[in-house]
Design a protein around this ligand. Structure first.
Ligand code: NZQ
Ligand code: ZN
Length: 388
């Protein structure tokens, strides 16, 4: 196991009807900017719960943060917050609203020329101040409620970029699994798949003498396989929804990546598919991930065999056969959730995709991604071509 230092300061407030507790988490007298998305919270009662809980605070609202939050939209919230001297942010929504709010938190005090640099130049760790924020989560998926990373899109240049740093952990996150009841099945499937890939990015590398991290990761994967389909079949199944929600949080709260190598190339390539074609985040991972495993097969074989046995009960055949079977079972699982796993299932405009993505990675000097830094732009071309 490698050396590590780990601190996750996010207070999780988990369970039924917990939203009222936000009032005691936000410092008294704060001027709060509440951020949200396209309006689902107004239909499912979460908006009313938050407004009621914040009745003793001065509250401004900023709605309309889109899925794959847009830089230009977020900058409107930044300006609103600056004009009104907001000193606390409350994100009410899914990964997009929470990520968008992390960016708003970073951008309000930013005094550089162009806030896009926070993303383009990955300034997250260099920034000196940020506006504190909490979250009320409405979709189990990204883990953004319990981590310090964010992803922001800029559609006019077809870019989707990440940033993060210790200042961008939420101070608290309310996780009420009852919100799952109103989620469209597509979003439940996306959330299950995103969490699944988060675990695989941190687990499916090579053995690193870290059986505790492995077994936590496998526990999350097994739980997702068990509860994801149950929640899709019946979003009113509270126990299943609660386990899905906690699995998604556990998948990306930083814990399972301590002391082990991580990959993340599936996410980096996937982000480009969202930027180019608008494909849902989790679906981009489900398209790319299995083919990345195929192209990088020798790198990942040992862990594929372990994963195959402990998650899919694959015990027969040669090592190669078992590892291949584990990839097939992964694809079957994703497709059973209703997720299509080819680029051509989503767009017919893919002919230049592999070249565009590889060129972008070269420009950014991302010449060797993955746990062994050997996923070169040439390998990226191979992976994307195989995914068409
Ligand atoms: O905008 P509203 O009207 O709220 O509708 C949303 C949105 O259309 C809807 N929704 C959310 N909660 C709902 C609901 N509808 C009904 N009932 C509810 N309770 O769901 C749609 C999708 O929401 P979004 O926030 O986009 O989904 P998700 O949580 O999957 O977030 C995806 C974003 O997170 C980024 C992705 O790249 C993408 O931009 N990620 C963030 C990560 C992080 N910060 O750690 C890691 C991930 O790998 C990921 O990259
Ligand atoms: Zn993800």
């Amino acid at each position: 196991m490698r050396n590590f230092e780990y601190k996750n300061p996010v207070k999780l407030i988990f369970g039924k009807d917990q939203t009222s507790k936000i009032a005691s988490e936000i410092p008294a007298g704060s001027k709060v900017l509440m951020t949200y998305g396209g309006g689902s919270i107004k239909k499912n009662g979460v908006y009313d719960q938050v407004i009621e809980a914040l009745k003793d605070f001065e509250v401004l609202e900023f709605g309309g943060i889109e899925a794959n939050p847009e830089f230009t939209t977020l900058m409107k919230a930044v300006n609103l917050a600056r004009e009104n001297k907001v000193d606390y942010l409350l994100a009410v929504g899914g990964g997009s609203v929470i990520d968008g709010t992390k960016f708003i938190s970073a951008a309000i005090p930013y005094d550089g020329d162009d806030e896009w640099d926070i993303l383009a130049k990955s300034l997250g760790r260099k920034l000196k101040s940020a506006v504190p924020f909490g979250t009320v989560l409405t979709i189990p998926a990204t883990g953004s409620e319990a981590n310090s990373g964010a992803v922001v899109s800029r559609s006019e240049i077809k870019e989707k970029r990440t940033f993060g740093g210790p200042m961008f952990f939420p101070q608290f996150s309310v996780l009420d699994p009852q919100v799952v009841r109103t989620l469209p099945k597509r979003q439940i499937a996306n959330g299950t798949a995103d969490a699944f890939w988060h675990v695989l990015e941190q687990y499916l590398t090579y053995p690193a003498g870290a059986p505790i991290q492995d077994r936590i990761a496998e526990g999350i994967l097994n739980t997702l396989v068990e509860v994801g389909p149950k929640v899709i079949a019946d979003p009113n199944d509270y126990e299943a929804a609660a386990n899905l929600m906690y699995s998604a949080t556990m998948a990306l709260n930083g814990q399972i990546q301590q002391g082990v190598p991580t990959d993340w190339a599936t996410h980096m390539i996937g982000h480009e598919l969202t930027a180019l074609f608008g494909i849902d985040h989790a679906r981009t991972l489900s398209i790319i991930g299995p083919n990345l495993f195929r192209v990088m097969f020798e790198n990942k074989k040992e862990k594929l065999v372990q994963y195959g046995e402990r998650v899919w009960n694959i015990t027969e055949g040669t090592e190669d056969e078992r590892a291949q079977k584990a990839i097939e079972k992964t694809v079957e699982f994703l497709e059973s959730l209703g997720i299509q796993t080819k680029i051509s299932d989503y767009t017919s405009d893919y002919s230049e995709a592999s070249k565009i993505i590889a060129d972008r990675f070269k420009e950014r000097n991302w010449l060797g991604m993955g746990e062994r830094q050997d996923i070169t732009p040439e390998k990226v071309v191979e992976i994307v071509e195989m995914s068409i």
